[in-house]
Design a protein around this ligand. Sequence first.
Ligand code: ADP
Ligand code: MG
Length: 262
Amino acid sequence: MTGSALIISDLRASVGGTEIVHGVDLEIRPGEVHAVMGPNGSGKSTLSHVIMGKPGYEVQSGSVTLDGVELLDLPTWQRARAGLFLAMQYPTEVPGVSLTDVLSNSEASADELDERLRAEADRIGFDHQFLSRALNVDLSGGEKKRNETLQLAVMKPKFAVLDELDSGLDVDALRLVARRVEAATQEDDLGVLVITHYSRLLNELKPDRVHILSRGRFVASGGPELAEELEASGYAGYAGEPAEQPPGAATAIDPFADPLGL
Ligand code: ADP
Ligand code: MG
């Protein structure tokens, strides 16, 4: 194994003056899939935005390194260039910019790019008519998620953060998209941090580790069985207690209560 890794250490970050991410540690190696699950408002999207450098977030402490390079010092485009990819929960619409425009920075010629885009679109059942549309404009939720997956497949980043890639996808599209990402972990050694609420995404995109985020902290980590357990019993018992505390020890805490405890 190479020394390649995406390493998050003691990351604390706030938005709008409130600390949302309260000290997250995570290490992802090439080819590994780490799933992050957690109730609404637990800070999953915030974590993904901070890793990618979306404006508006303030980092209090910690580091995020990709192959030893500190990403927190870099603007978003340089993080992308370093090999990081983020599929946002709510992909941004970019009028006037097509998918081909976005991807044409890569070394491939226009014809090669076109051919790869078409081949990848077929692989995830994405209609070719969307390839020339302005980025995410007038796409349904599910089409946006396929669009993100297509970019991932063509860009071939080293590490990808996928924030609810499954939301808006029907069962068939979900399977295709999850399989495509799983294939990238095997063919291209892609390392993945996948945020999801549902274990069905993880039936195809097989996690090595599952982490539960609650109130901005990981409160439990385990193997794939943890996702199954969550599907059955929900987040009760993982409502922000220290990681050492066994599940079930937390007494009657509503996981959907105000995550900030305000
Ligand atoms: P998740 O993705 O786990 O559902 P988020 O990371 O989207 O959670 O949100 C975590 C918390 O941060 C929520 O309480 C949310 O209201 C708050 N939050 C997110 N974005 C902002 C923002 N731009 N300004 C203020 N609060 C925010
Ligand atoms: Mg979210």
